[in-house]
Ligand binder design. Sequence first.
Ligand code: SAM
Length: 227
Amino acid sequence: MEKNAIIYGQEFEYCFIEDKGYLELEVFKGPRLNPLSFDFSSQLYHHQQMNYSKHKEPLAKAMGFAKNPNPHIIDLTLGSAGDALILLSMGARVTGIEMNPVIFRLLENALERAQMSKEQSVKEMSSHLTIVHDHSMDFLEQTDETFDVAYLDPMFELSEKKSLPPKKMQIMRDLISHTPFFDAKIICLAKEHGVRRVVIKRPLKGKELFPGVVGTVKGKTVRYDIY
Ligand SMILES: C[S@@+](CC[C@H](N)C(=O)[O-])C[C@H]1O[C@@H](n2cnc3c(N)ncnc32)[C@H](O)[C@@H]1O
């Protein structure tokens, strides 16, 4: 991707801007929105201060932290790494796969900055994150690595009641489609790599993505289906 190239979303157009090593995606044609960038350092620091309970936090319960406090998790839909950063702060090692090249470039930049943080704990947590630009089915077909848990968070469809997603989600929604880029085979593929549980994030009242759910952990707004 060339530095000054125009990037086409589904509706809007964008360009990258970089200032002192900080990369942002700016809307070039479209609504007035704040540029999109990821800040792993402040998020990791925040999560660490929150000191989430591994016995109460729904994401931690779904991942099975109580039994394995330092799992190697493969996040097959990394996105802005929001969930991955929470998992890192809880003690996981995370390999995150992202297929979208624009989002991946923002992720790379955020990770580089976090790895140079003056905050030692942030530096350490970010050293436990590996990011890969690939399609997660292709990645699983090729890798020899093993993992304890696989995590999937496909983009939810917008509910009919809501006309627009929150502002900070509008760019993400314009760049990525809500159609899942994988099928049920991903569960078997993950299990061929040592994965003992696959966790899929769903809207609280949404349909199961695939049949075969063996357990569910409910949060306030989302649900984690376990396979
Ligand atoms: C809803 S977002 C994930 C959000 C993430 N859990 C977070 O907390 O920031 C879904 C992401 O998965 C990516 N994605 C979807 N299917 C994929 C696939 N098969 N391989 C790799 N990335 C995929 C999309 O490009 C998108 O960035």
